[in-house]
Write a protein that binds this ligand. Sequence first.
Ligand SMILES: NC(=O)c1ccc[n+]([C@@H]2O[C@H](COP(=O)([O-])OP(=O)(O)OC[C@H]3O[C@@H](n4cnc5c(N)ncnc54)[C@H](OP(=O)(O)O)[C@@H]3O)[C@@H](O)[C@H]2O)c1
Length: 256
Amino acid sequence: MTNFLLETSDLAVVVGAGQGIGLGLVEKLLASQPRLTIVGTYRDPNRAQGLFDLKERYVERLVLQQADPCDETDVAELASLVGKQDKRLHLLINSVGYLHDDQRGPEKSLKDIDVEHLQKYFLVNAIVTPLLAKHFLGLFRHKDLSCFVSLSAKVGSITDNSLGGWYGYRASKSALNMFLKNISIELTRRGCKTIVLSIHPGTTKTELSKPFISKSTKLQLHEPIEAATNILSVIQGRAITDGGEFYSWNGEKLPW
Ligand SMILES: NC(=O)c1ccc[n+]([C@@H]2O[C@H](COP(=O)([O-])OP(=O)(O)OC[C@H]3O[C@@H](n4cnc5c(N)ncnc54)[C@H](OP(=O)(O)O)[C@@H]3O)[C@@H](O)[C@H]2O)c1
């Protein structure tokens, strides 16, 4: 097989499936890929009701695991659980991301720079991905084509940055892109037939984007399930030579 196909995939992992696009990805994969088993992670059961509802409908094919993706012990336990599924891992999508919390939002100017906040951006948006790659590498060492995907953001493109601002979010997504390029090179060198992709999901109506979407926005807005459909279309049919690249939700290549 020279192209990655969701239809022939056995096992997928969606990290950050408790809400937003990650939840949409689990829902779309369950509904469209009847042979696929999915492991979905969440942090807080109080924010993952949609995922628990899906578990009631897909008892056999959905495995849930509580895990904090920033905690290496949790990531190692997750990889161990996935390894015990007795199926080949064909797809991993990291849908974790951070833009604002109750107290803080993205920096508007240099006066807003705060060391602890920048560290949080880099931990959640960038460092989680190489941590996942470290612990899942062994599970991608098989003869089939597989995909390792992280959701990035167009604002992480250095070439595309004409507005400035959002220092931590932009820079951490740029760092994520560099991590993904490196992971792509290392997985290939280590004999994995894994296509590593950085994907911008498009502006999507989730908790992450809510404070920044005005009623008058000219941006094209997506529901999480639409974003999931678009992301899966970008993944579907990819060849190993498409790996180590940055794609937009409509399949166009984005500049780094
Ligand atoms: N929405 C957009 O318009 C948009 C645009 C461009 C890129 N993206 C990217 O798409 C991805 C998915 O975002 P989304 O829109 O679906 O956002 P979301 O609904 O807010 O979901 C964010 C995910 O990240 C997890 N997360 C947030 N803060 C975390 C932390 N401190 N530690 C560990 N996990 C944390 C959340 O876990 P909990 O549920 O446990 O909080 C959740 O699983 C992100 O990488 C985001 O940067 C989104």
